[in-house]
Each structure stands twice: as structure tokens, then as C-alpha cells.
Design a protein around this ligand. Structure first.
Ligand code: ATP
Length: 456
């Protein structure tokens, strides 16, 4: 490769199977233009002569299979070309997944039962799990597949805000270079914490519910079933973390586990799969190399990353204004405390005077309880439930006979409609002011609180 200087513009000539890696520093932005031939970012192809913008904190590789000429503008904190990448082993994995998708599709079109590959990516923190998921999904989508991407990483997830487990059906409209995923409508369950260890039972419960929903969706959609599922997980892989990982593998009927360069985890998951009963569907465990470009993130960077995800939820992606998709217009809504119900799933911070003192501890990890609005809610990110339906099909309204006590458990079992952020708690005026990503009433008056907080 060679780099020619001009103002702050640089021209790069990349050889085949090499990549330009960059990290954008704080308060900086960085632009990439593909001038000739072809290149991709986490599996998504760049269009020629199109400016792609990256904002502070982005850590990215522009990879080329056949060689290319790129132009970059402005400086990045880290900026170099690497010839040694694991892309060949990733594309080989992709080819094997494609074979399984073809098999599944041909069975399904004969009316037989079949599902495509259900792949789970496991590994330590910063081992490149999310990036591999992105590449595998993008390659599938480029071939016209509609895989389901499931993100169980409650700390550094990609689909929506931290504290959630989500699934989304991908197609060519949902992949973008600058945002990785620019999503239509994800299926999201609110777990409420940024580590699965906070409430492991609830985490298991949410993963199982999400798995049921994914299975149901695929049962009704032949292409989605054949394309299968790609699952991202969090980097906690020993002790309880490993137990929870095993639960994810079972709940989502995973048949291919990809382990990112972690010998111990690979051996443990391999032993699990060898110990499967003979009549159980086989499960393949494969070890894949981590890219040398994967950047280690400090605890502070992880916190910043989480805050950025929440900000993006309310305000849209940093560069959304330059594209056809409109930026979000977050609105402040005033909610009367008496007309909403704030609930907590599991946990001990109770209760709305519903329970005698001392009973809070008896609540199970997946029990729903009501939270009396207080200043504690300031800066909390709340999940907004879908309307809770009564047996007659109408929506339950807080204060009605049969209120939360009847609806409560359903709330813990349902996916959520979206999120709001509490900007003001007015105890005297009995109102909450919340920020919502779009104008209009909330879909329901039932809100879930966990431990996710954000301050602008
Ligand atoms: P987590 O522990 O948060 O789950 P992870 O294992 O999913 O992390 P990634 O998110 O895939 O790891 O990668 C960590 C960071 O490294 C990300 O910011 C990603 O964009 C960056 N990255 C991955 N691959 C490359 C590469 N080849 N060149 C430059 N940056 C990269």
C-alpha cells in the first residue's frame, strides 16, 4: 500500500485481502471514499465515489477482497493498513452456513420441516464477536437471505439500548455502513440491567421468551426459517457467565457455536456438545481467530459506548441528518403520576405500598411489582410496554378494577414498544417529564424500570 498526502486527504492503494483500520478520536470525524474497485466494512459493500462519515469513537476496518483505491479525509487517532486478517476463515464459515441454508430451503419447499443454521458467537470481551456477527449477517443479506440477528449482549448490544435482549429480521434495507444496523422494528425484551449477573433468573427468562418469539416468527416465514439465526452474546464466559451462555445455546436451539479464539471456552463448549444424547440434534463447535484489528475497550469506553447507544436511540445516529432517513425529533412528554404505572421486574426496590413491609424480599426474580414514583426515577431509562389487553380485548388502564395485579405478570413476558428517559420528577405537581424519541402519546401507561440510567 502507499499513501499520498494532500491537505488532510490521503489516497490509499490496498492490495487484495488487506484492510485499512482506523479509530476516530474524540471530537473528530473521519471520511472514507472508495475510488476504485471494491471494498467492504464489516461485510457491507461500499458504493464507489460515496462519502462515508464516521464519528468520534468509531473503530472500523475497510477490507478488500480484490484490492482497491480509497481516499480518507481528516485524521484518525489510529490509521494503518493490515495484510493479516481472519476474513478468509470468516468467509469459509459463511460458505458452510450457506450450504445449510440451501438444504433447509429445499426441504421447506418440499413441505418438509427444516430450519437453517442457528449460529451463536461466543468469546471473551473484545474478541470481535459483534464484528463477526455483522460480517456473517451482511454476507447472508448480500445473497438475498433474510437472517434473524439476535443480540443477547445486554452491555454492548447493537440492536437497541443497553439492558435489552433483541432480535431483528435483516434484509438489504437494514444494513448500513455508518451505523452497521439501521433498524426497522426490532423485537425487544427489557431485562433492565447492563450485566446478566444482576438478575440471572430474569436474564434466562427474557432469553427464553425471545427465543420463543423468534421460533414462532420463523415458523411462519419460510425464507426467515431457511436463513436461520445469528446470535451475539456477552463476553462473560466463566462461572455463572458460562452457565448463562449454555442457557442461551439451549434456549435458541443453537446448532453451530463459533468461539472467538478462546481455548478454554472452546474446550468447555466442545465437551458440552460431545455429551449431548445420541437422539439430540448435533451441535458443531468451531474455533475462529480474532482479528488483530479488534480494539480493546476500557471500562470507561464501555460506559461511553452504552451512553452513546441511548443517545442514538433518542436522537438518531450521528450522521442521520445527511441521509434520506430523517433524524429523530425527541419530544418531552408530561405524564401525570396517577395515570401511569411504573413497574419493576424482580429486584428488591419495592414497593408502591402494595406489600407489607418486609415482603419485598419474597418476590421472585421474575415477579412484577409496582414502584412508587420518586426522585429515584430521575435519569432512569424506562421501557414502555405495549398495551396490556384485558380478556375482552380492550386495553387495561391504570386505576381500573383489576389494575396491575392482574396484568403484572404479562408485563414481564412481553416485548416492549420503546423507551423513554425521565428528565424531571415533580413530586409536588405529581408529574414526570420524560423524553420520547418521537412525538405522540405513549402506546401504554405501563412503564418498566430497571437499573439503566442516562444523563445527557
Ligand atoms: P464485546 O466485549 O463488547 O462484546 P466484541 O467481542 O463483540 O466486544 P467487537 O465489538 O466486535 O468485539 O470489536 C471490538 C471493537 O473493535 C469494535 O469497536 C469494533 O468496531 C472494532 N473492530 C473489530 N474488528 C476490527 C478491525 N478489523 N479493525 C478495526 N477495528 C475493529
Amino acid at each position: 500500500s502507499s499513501a499520498a498526502e494532500g491537505e488532510d486527504k490521503k489516497i490509499w492503494t490496498l492490495e487484495k485481502e488487506s484492510e485499512l483500520r482506523f479509530e476516530v478520536g474524540p471530537d473528530k470525524s473521519f471520511t472514507v471514499v472508495l475510488l476504485e474497485q471494491s471494498a467492504e466494512i464489516f461485510g457491507v459493500e461500499l458504493a464507489v465515489n460515496t462519502e462515508y462519515h464516521f464519528s468520534a469513537g468509531a473503530k472500523v476496518a475497510v477490507f478488500t477482497w480484490y484490492g482497491c483505491k480509497l481516499q480518507t479525509t481528516r485524521t484518525a487517532e489510529v490509521l494503518y493498513v493490515a495484510k493479516d486478517t481472519p476474513m478468509l476463515s470468516y468467509v469459509n464459515t459463511h460458505i458452510q452456513l450457506e450450504a445449510r441454508r440451501d438444504q433447509a430451503l429445499s426441504k421447506l419447499s418440499k413441505g418438509e420441516k427444516a430450519v437453517g443454521p442457528r449460529v451463536l458467537v461466543a468469546g471473551a470481551t473484545d474478541s470481535g464477536k459483534s464484528s463477526l456477527c455483522a460480517v456473517l449477517c451482511a454476507y447472508a443479506v448480500r445473497l438475498g437471505r433474510t437472517p434473524t440477528f439476535v443480540d443477547l449482549d445486554v452491555g454492548q448490544g447493537e440492536i437497541t439500548i443497553p439492558g435489552t435482549v433483541s432480535a431483528v429480521s435483516l434484509d438489504s434495507g437494514t444494513l448500513s455502513i455508518e451505523e452497521r444496523l439501521s433498524l426497522a422494528a426490532p423485537l425487544t425484551f427489557f431485562y433492565g440491567h447492563d450485566s446478566p449477573g444482576e438478575n440471572p433468573e430474569l436474564f434466562r427468562h427474557m432469553v427464553s421468551r425471545l427465543a420463543e418469539c423468534v421460533e414462532q416468527r420463523q415458523a411462519n416465514d419460510r425464507d426467515a426459517a431457511a436463513a436461520g439465526t445469528v446470535v451475539n452474546t456477552c463476553g462473560w464466559v466463566d462461572g455463572l457467565g458460562l452457565e448463562l451462555l449454555r442457557h442461551c445455546i439451549d434456549a435458541l436451539s443453537i446448532d453451530i457455536v463459533l468461539v472467538m479464539g478462546h481455548d478454554k471456552l472452546y474446550a468447555e463448549l466442545m465437551a458440552d456438545s460431545e455429551a449431548l444424547p445420541d437422539d439430540a440434534p448435533p451441535r458443531t463447535v468451531v474455533k475462529l481467530p480474532t482479528s488483530g484489528g479488534v480494539v480493546q475497550r476500557s471500562a470507561q469506553q464501555r460506559r461511553q459506548g452504552r451512553a452513546a447507544r441511548v443517545r442514538e436511540y433518542f436522537y438518531g445516529a450521528p450522521h442521520a441528518e445527511r441521509r434520506a432517513s430523517p433524524a429523530l425529533t425527541p419530544t418531552l412528554l408530561e405524564l401525570r403520576m396517577d395515570s401511569v404505572r411504573v413497574c419493576r421486574v424482580g429486584g428488591t426496590q419495592l414497593s408502591g405500598g402494595l406489600l407489607p413491609v418486609g415482603q419485598a424480599a419474597l418476590l421472585g426474580p421474575t415477579r412484577v411489582s409496582m414502584v412508587k414514583p420518586s426522585h429515584d426515577l430521575l435519569h432512569a431509562v424506562l421501557a414502555v410496554c405495549h398495551p396490556v389487553l384485558k380478556p375482552d380485548g380492550t386495553a387495561l388502564v391504570p386505576g381500573e378494577e383489576g389494575g396491575l395485579d392482574d396484568a403484572g405478570q404479562e408485563i414481564a413476558d412481553c416485548n416492549v414498544a420503546g423507551f423513554v428517559y425521565v428528565t424531571e420528577v415533580d413530586m409536588v405537581g405529581r408529574r414526570l417529564v420524560v423524553m420520547s424519541p418521537c412525538p405522540g402519546d405513549l402506546p401504554s401507561a405501563y412503564l418498566l424500570v430497571g437499573g439503566i440510567r442516562w444523563s445527557e
